[in-house]
Design a protein around this ligand. Structure first.
Ligand code: PLP
Length: 476
């Protein structure tokens, strides 16, 4: 019994590449947001697996027949929800090569090219975002994982023997406290939950009217916790928060961290890539004082899910927290090479750095930066249209490519406005033409429009605005 023949593979491979090329060429014919109901797709899939094998052609046909109705098309230029994640041609090709090579890069020995390529790509990307040489990088799947490793490093830095003794049942361990703004991403709290810090160990620092962490409030919280006998250990600053894309004042936060010897992590999962644009250098203020930084090329650098980059100035602490080498994974080169399994929770690692190689080489740093800059300009133009329309209101500054707004016709209470905007969003998304998402700011229901797809052109934003205005008019 063996694999499919290589003739068959070649034939099916060509069919699949053709399928993807047609799909991406015609993507605007699909609804941006899947319109199915829960359970619709599941009931179309046989409940028992096939006993005998069948042709890949059949499987490909079922992709169309069974799955496509239930696909929300992230690659659709009408997809303007959450933060975009789009697959560029070079990124898709790299994914195919990753699977073809089928490497597990747990150790240097299990593919020297894997480890050394990742090192080279981290060096490239570090320069692209203007970080100093001492930042060492590693690729994880998502920002949630990157930030969890940051919090784990911050905890390890305390030298309280957590690695050996754990945390539970110890009277010698103070209450650990970490800090982030009210607008930090939920992954920060999930990291705290995972690592035994608990939700009560995370203090949410208030923000100013622009949704930026207030450094004075941070300092006050730290001092309060110290007086109470707790042990502050980590601060997370966000550059590009999820709801409004606000930017915490990193420089001031860094000074507070320095004073109290706290680990500073910067969550720049979405906005970090803008550091490639010369005019956007301001976003990196204070970054050189951070202990760690996360940036996600899978959000706004046209790299297919998933690829998150974690930079730290202290890889030795990460290694101390996670490295554990059983006999069967020892190699002759352990003293002279980097075995990436020692820098995180996972053993097995897929060859993600190939995606960076393909994407960066195909577009070039200038090509990537100019695409991202176009998105920022389009978002600013869209924000201008909102500002000029008397029945619409913008609810947050536009630093990047996300605009927060709501429909606000005269003489409506806040409660009525929330209901109206929820209804408006439903109508917009039911159109299938575009997909927007929402958030709540100060109890206000807010509609978010994000630009960041490799396929976004000005015409898509113009069409989206016309659709939004028409849907709002039809609500009356
Ligand atoms: N951090 C920020 C600021 C985010 O906006 C998000 C997701 O949107 C995340 C972290 C989590 O990203 P991931 O899905 O890569 O875990």
């Amino acid at each position: 019994m063996s694999d499919m023949t290589m003739e068959e593979f070649r034939k099916n491979g060509h069919q699949l590449v053709d399928w993807i090329a047609d799909y991406l060429k015609d993507i605007e014919n699909y609804p941006a947001l899947s319109q199915v109901s829960p359970g619709d797709i599941l009931k179309k899939i046989p409940t028992i697996p096939p006993k005998k094998g069948e042709a890949i052609e059949n499987v490909l046909k079922d992709v169309d027949k069974i799955l496509m109705d239930g696909i929300t098309h992230w690659n659709h230029p009408g997809f303007m929800a959450y933060f975009n994640s789009t697959s560029s041609g070079p990124g898709i090709l790299a994914e195919l090569l990753t699977a073809g090579l089928g490497i597990n890069g747990m150790l240097w020995k299990t593919s020297p090219a894997f480890t050394e390529h990742e090192r080279a790509m981290m060096n490239w990307f570090r320069q692209m975002v203007g970080l100093p040489r001492e930042y060492w990088g590693i690729i994880y799947d998502t920002a949630s994982t990157s930030s969890m490793h940051s919090i784990a490093s911050a905890r390890e830095q305390l030298n309280l023997g957590f690695r050996e003794k754990g945390m539970a049942g110890r009277s010698d361990v103070p209450r650990l406290k970490m800090y982030c703004s009210e607008h930090a991403h939920s992954s920060i709290e999930k990291g705290a939950v995972t690592l035994g810090i608990g939700l009560e160990g995370v203090r949410k620092i208030p923000v100013n009217k622009n949704f930026e962490m207030i450094p004075k409030e941070l300092e006050r919280a730290i001092v309060e916790d110290l007086l109470e006998g707790s042990k502050p250990f980590c601060v997370v600053a966000t550059v590009g928060t999820t709801s409004t894309t606000s930017v915490d004042p990193v420089e001031e936060i860094a000074n507070i961290c320095e004073k109290h010897k706290l680990w500073l992590h910067i969550d720049a999962a979405y906005a970090g890539v803008t550091a490639m644009i010369p005019e956007m250098k301001w976003v990196t203020e204070g970054w050189d004082k951070a202990d760690s930084i996360v940036i996600n090329p899978h959000k706004w650098m046209f790299t297919p899910m998933d690829l998150s980059i974690y930079f730290t100035r202290k890889p030795e602490i990460l290694k101390k927290a996670f490295s554990l080498t059983p006999e069967y994974l020892k190699t002759d080169q352990d003293d002279e090479v980097e075995n990436l399994m020692g820098y995180g929770i996972q053993l097995g690692r897929r060859f993600r750095s190939l995606k960076l190689w393909f994407v960066i080489r195909y577009f070039g740093v200038e090509g990537l930066a100019s695409r991202i800059k176009d998105h920022i300009n389009l978002a600013k133009e869209f924000a201008g249209w909102i500002d000029e329309e008397k029945d619409f209101e913008r609810l947050a500054p536009v630093h990047f490519s996300t605009v927060c707004f709501r429909y606000n016709p005269k003489d409506k209470s806040e409660e009525e406005l929330n209901i109206l905007n929820e209804l408006l969003l439903e109508k917009i998304n039911a159109s299938g033409k575009i997909f927007l998402s929402h958030t709540k700011i100060d109890s206000k229901f807010v509609i978010r429009l994000t630009i960041g797809s490799i396929r976004h052109e000005r015409r898509h934003i113009v069409e989206a605005w016309e659709l939004i205005k028409t849907a709002a008019k039809n609500l009356k």
